[in-house]
Design a protein. Structure first.
Length: 940
């Protein structure tokens, strides 16, 4: 979009933002364009048709939603609002709208109101202590959310804001810059170092309130802008008058210095031998609250350093609100609520009380991302609550050629054997990045930032060598493109036509929102932009070493996008710093290797999640099958926990209730190293109200034969009554075989012996759980059959919906059920055939259908899964659905027998008897992590 259209769009949104989003129609958009744009002389050269299409597509984006679970908190904000001058919030709102007219400011207004209402009213003169947590999504706009909250909290009367911004200096500085632009309104670095009032961001919009920061974004050789007592004393800003903000690292010395500095305040009082600061309302935001803040020690008196210091900092203030922000709340929900009130600690020769732990006892807020957020559900495929299927976006590229030159695990035995060349898959990923930059230029995005992430190791020597090799390869490609090298250009053309074109078509077909910027381009148009695109690309090595001595590659300076007005294109090669929260602007290509033992921290690799306007079709994730599978399992467990949260919120349950639910969630079996948070390798597991199912099936001959044999044995039921249910009266093949009042011991035996390799499903625990439950009144088994005479088998694996015409006859099989011989049809499920041949992967991770899930219930024709679940709980019935899947279209499988899968449906059980699961505890994770020296120069 050109500058004239961008300005016109800004004007349109100034009027559209006055209207509730759900009320905006095409006619309203057209009316605003006609009255406010077409009639204005300055917009005579605007492209009115394009302006309308862009605004309409942005208005179609579904809103995010917020769910609030809280203890008994009295609302205060609505009554108090008329007494508050929200000048800082209004300034931030206007700034965000001007910066991006489509930014959902009204939605943010609503969200931050709900969060602020759960904080304590800072006008309350009593002592108070409030603990909460906000759960978002990886790379989903979390910082914008809490900057908005900080503005409103300050308007309301909070006097001190402390943002604890991760464990890495560069992340702290990045957060400081966002706070400078969105809250303070001036460069903290210029103000603190040069006493210069350099206005930036919101500062260009005047307000009466002056905000002071005692930390800055300044850095030279380290993180000189983090909190320093000498700087704070020199500035001499009184605490409790003007708002004061601190953006600090999660770091022992920084936290100790801050605690010590507050204890020297002239208004401090000594209460019970410890310092206390009265009537200075403080809001503490813990960014990445699941990292370093959680105490994992077994004994509540044995407290880890960072956790202890944050709790100590809170106790200094008699009026404090603490909010943790995270996308992965598992660890926070394991925090003990037991507390020894007598515990103290010594900081700089002063004794302090250690407050209670950081469990969000007062409120938990779950933020659902809007429809244009590209997260796990989009990448893996999903089923909406209303039963509508969404196909996965085709951005995953499996890699298995990296060892050598890279090792699957880098340890003390091989860490000195640095790579001499790059694997072909990484060369392909680099070419994909060059193509992406070129295509974005064709789309008019030449001034946008572009980033590629390469994470192959945690060791600095390895990061350095890989960056050197990548830069060497990038130079080779640049020279070849400049010289019109025919072979390389043919290679690029093949990659574009075989990979990029089909992926763009896949995305256009499967996105559940409209993005008119995504288009199919001719190769000639893309080819013309290759030279300019490649010439802008730089390679940066991102690690903890600050000196280039003993390094092969010397471009290690901070990635600072703000210095590039015309866009920065960068290949970032790194380790911990790239996987622990740093935002890579315009990230499109990720090449990610990491040991599979670290699966419980894989959510951190989700840098490739986020908003990708106009280029989601160009994004690629190059990683191993194992990493991708573990990520799939973990994100499914996470989504189930979010669903549990929403259900419990609707039932008016509290954070302590949700804690109990999560501690017993079967999904935790996919995150086994979290067992250390139980202080035991025994986990008590619940399947109440859950739906374990086989979305990943073994394809080995022995597994298929074993499971089919078990299936037949399960149906050896003698003369037990069976119901044959047909789709149509004249059908020769039934739709279901339903057997009610089924022997639960036979179901348990089937599950115990069924061969599966799916971390979330431990069949021994499932079988034991079924046998233990006396509240389930009845178990039923339903065999789901296919009645279509002609079917579609996707032998290519990536056939578009429009190309899926029926190409095969239905495959049938015969079963002996009691004394009957019954012919049934094999079910067909879309497979993800771009994956390896070890598993039969069902797209969308869903083997069953909404209609199947209610086959045993008295009430039928239920459309929503949530209602089916509720009805099942009312009727107290359990259901085992069995699917015999057609093996055709499955690579390397020719057994001429169906592949058996199942889906279990448990009712919600009030007085359930849980089962034990013995978890594998990874002490210190693995060798590679223990060898991590990426953070070697960070202060302890």
């Amino acid at each position: 979009m050109n500058d004239i259209n961008q300005t016109a769009k800004l004007v349109c949104y100034a009027f559209l933002n006055m209207i509730p989003k759900e009320q905006i129609t095409d006619d309203i958009i057209l009316k605003i364009i006609k009255e406010k744009i077409e009639s204005a002389p300055e917009f005579k050269d605007a492209d009115f048709a394009n302006l309308f299409e862009v605004i309409r597509s942005e208005c179609e984006i579904g809103k995010g939603k917020i769910t609030v679970m809280s203890d008994d908190i009295d609302p205060w904000l609505s009554e108090e609002k008329s007494n508050i001058n929200f000048e800082l919030w209004n300034r931030y709102k206007l700034f965000m709208s001007q910066n991006d007219p489509s930014f959902p400011v009204n939605e943010l207004d609503d969200f931050t109101d709900k969060i602020l209402d759960k904080c304590v009213n800072p006008k309350d003169n009593n002592s108070w202590d409030r603990r909460g947590m906000v759960v978002g999504h990886v790379q989903s706009g979390k910082t914008s959310n809490y900057v908005g909250l900080i503005n409103k909290a300050t308007d309301s009367g909070y006097k001190v804001i402390i943002v604890i911004a991760g464990t890495i200096s560069s992340l702290r500085r990045q957060t400081q810059e966002r706070i400078d632009a969105g809250f303070i309104g001036r460069s903290s670095s210029a103000f603190i170092r040069e006493n210069e009032n350099r206005l930036i961001g919101v500062g260009k919009l005047k307000v009466e309130t002056d905000i002071y920061s005692l930390t800055s974004s300044y850095y030279k050789s380290g993180d000189e802008g983090d909190f320093s007592q000498s700087v704070a004393n020199r500035l001499n800003i009184p605490i409790g008058k003007n708002p004061v903000v601190f953006v600090i690292k999660k770091n022992k010395s920084i936290l100790e210095n801050l605690i010590d500095w507050f204890s020297k305040n002239e208004n401090i009082k000594i209460i019970d031998g410890t310092p206390k600061l009265f009537d200075v309302p403080v809001l503490i935001i813990d960014d990445e609250a699941d990292a370093a803040s959680v105490n994992t020690a077994k004994d509540i008196d044995d407290i880890k350093t960072i956790n202890k210091l944050i709790r100590t900092l809170l106790t200094i203030f008699n009026q404090n609100t603490f909010i943790g922000y995270t996308a992965t709340p598992y660890a926070n929900l394991f925090i003990s609520q037991d507390h020894n009130e007598e515990l103290t600690t010594t900081v700089k020769n002063k004794i302090y009380k250690i407050g209670e732990d950081l469990f969000p006892r007062d409120f938990i807020i779950n933020i659902k991302a809007p429809t244009n957020y590209i997260g796990a559900a989009k990448i893996f495929g999903f089923e909406n609550p209303n039963g509508t299927d969404n196909e996965p976006l085709d951005i995953f590229r499996a890699i298995d050629d990296f060892d050598p030159p890279f090792f699957r695990t880098i340890n003390k035995h091989n860490k000195a054997d640095l790579p001499e060349y790059l694997p072909k898959s990484l060369e392909k990923a680099i070419k994909s990045f060059i193509l992406t930059c070129a295509i974005r230029r064709v789309r008019g995005q030449e001034k946008k930032h572009n980033s590629m992430l390469i994470h192959v190791a945690l060791l600095v020597k390895w990061i350095d060598r890989v960056a050197y090799l990548v830069n060497d390869k990038m130079r080779e490609y640049k020279n070849a493109i400049d010289g019109n090298d025919e072979l390389l250009l043919i290679d690029f053309e093949h990659l574009y036509k075989s990979d990029f074109l089909p992926t763009t078509e896949n995305v256009l077909e499967n996105l559940d929102y409209t993005d008119i910027r995504i288009k199919v381009h001719s190769w000639e148009d893309v080819k013309k932009e290759l030279k300019k695109a490649a010439s802008k690309i730089e390679v940066r090595s991102v690690h903890g070493t600050r000196s280039t001595t003993n390094l092969e590659y010397h471009k290690i300076e901070e990635i600072d996008y703000s210095r590039y007005d015309n866009g920065f294109s960068v290949i970032a090669v790194g380790g911990s710093r790239l996987s622990r929260g740093i935002t890579l602007e315009g990230l499109s290509i990720s090449y990610y290797l990491r040991t599979t033992k670290m699966y419980d921290s894989l959510m951190q690799m989700g840098r490739w999640f986020g908003y990708r306007p106009g280029y989601v079709d160009l994004c690629r994730l190059y990683t191993t099958e194992q990493i991708f599978e573990w990520f799939n399992h973990i994100t499914m467990a996470t989504e189930e926990m979010r669903d549990d949260f929403d259900e419990m919120t609707a039932a008016l349950q509290k954070p302590k209730d949700f804690k109990l639910k999560v501690r017993n969630h079967s999904g935790l079996m996919t995150i086994t190293s979290l067992a250390k948070l139980y202080h035991s390798d025994k986990i008590e597991i619940s399947f109440s109200g859950t739906n374990p199912q086989t979305y990943q099936l073994l394809k080995t001959k022995t597994a298929i034969e074993n499971n089919f044999k078990l299936f037949k044995e399960l149906l050896n039921i003698g003369n037990k009554k069976t119901q044959i249910i047909k789709h149509k009266e004249l059908d020769l093949i039934p739709r279901y075989i339903l057997i009610k009042d089924f022997d639960k011991e036979k179901i348990a035996s089937f599950l115990d012996n069924y061969k599966i390799d799916l971390p979330k499903i431990k069949n021994a625990q499932l079988g034991e759980y079924i046998l233990k439950q006396s509240e389930i009144k009845e178990w039923s088994v339903a065999i789901v059959s296919n009645t279509d005479s002609d079917i579609f088998i996707d032998e290519k694996g990536k056939s578009k919906k429009g190309e899926r015409s029926k190409n095969k006859k239905l495959k049938t099989y015969t079963l002996s059920i009691g004394s009957q011989e019954i012919t049934l049809g094999c079910s067909v499920r879309n497979q993800q055939l771009n994956r390896n041949s070890e598993y039969y992967h069902i797209s969308k991770n869903q083997i069953d259908d909404t209609i199947d899930r209610q086959i045993d219930l008295t009430k039928t024709e239920i459309k929503l899964n949530s209602e089916i679940k509720l009805e099942r709980s009312k009727e107290k019935k359990g259901l085992l659905l069995i699917y015999a899947l057609d093996e055709r279209g499955t690579p390397n499988v020719k057994n001429d027998i169906p592949i058996i899968g199942y889906s279990l449906h448990f009712p919600t059980i009030q007085n359930e008897k849980k089962v034990s699961y013995t978890a594998t505890i990874n002490n210190g994770f693995d060798e590679e992590t223990q060898e991590d020296d990426d953070l070697i120069n960070e202060d302890e």
